[in-house]
Write a protein that binds this ligand. Sequence first.
Ligand code: A4P
Ligand code: MG
Length: 185
Amino acid sequence: MSVQQQRADSAKDEGEKDICYVALGSNLGDSEAYLNKAITALRSSPLINQLNVSPFYQSKPHGPQDQPDYLNAVVRFITTYQAKPLLDFLQSIENDNQRTRKGVVRWGARTLDLDLLFYGDAVINTKRLTVPHPRICERAFVLLPLNDLRADLQVDLKKSASITIKSCIDALPKSALKDISLYHG
Ligand code: A4P
Ligand code: MG
């Protein structure tokens, strides 16, 4: 472990905080209830604070089309979780909400999906975790709720340059915006 990494780790031990963004998605069962249960579980963690929730959006499936429409949202919070334990926590919330993984189609229907979009300004490329999430900029169902929380968020989504969430939205094909709308319950 590098000295820099050790410093970063010990800073975490002393309670350094990071702002995280997590995307929520559901298209099986009572999706509104699944999203709300996930938000409640995140809020109930003593390691997560100041959680804000975007509006909910309904969106046509990205990927296989023979599945129900999705309900999507993004949450923003401050945490003292390190990234890998945070992923473990997100996956435990998915599992507590009837998420099954065995033999499922890629991008197929699910009761609850929690994707870590950003963990502060960390760039993580391990077997289990890629952060920033690699498909943010092509997905209206992530970009619109992210934009509601913070339009000026600027990140190295592409290696070449930092780009804003707003500029990613502007670059989406018009058809992508037709497939998503605000959810009114
Ligand atoms: N993993 C790596 N990086 C991350 C990260 N940043 N956050 C690994 C979360 N997980 C990450 O994920 C597979 C593995 O990715 C995990 O074991 C973890 O170690 P998964 O949740 O088991 O499977 P998945 O979600 O089906 O995989 P994938 O490829 O991430 O799917 P996506 O990209 O999440 O797409 N259409 C609409 N309209 N709305 C949606 O929400 N969602 C999907 C799923 C497809 N179409 C959709 C939607
Ligand atoms: Mg996922």
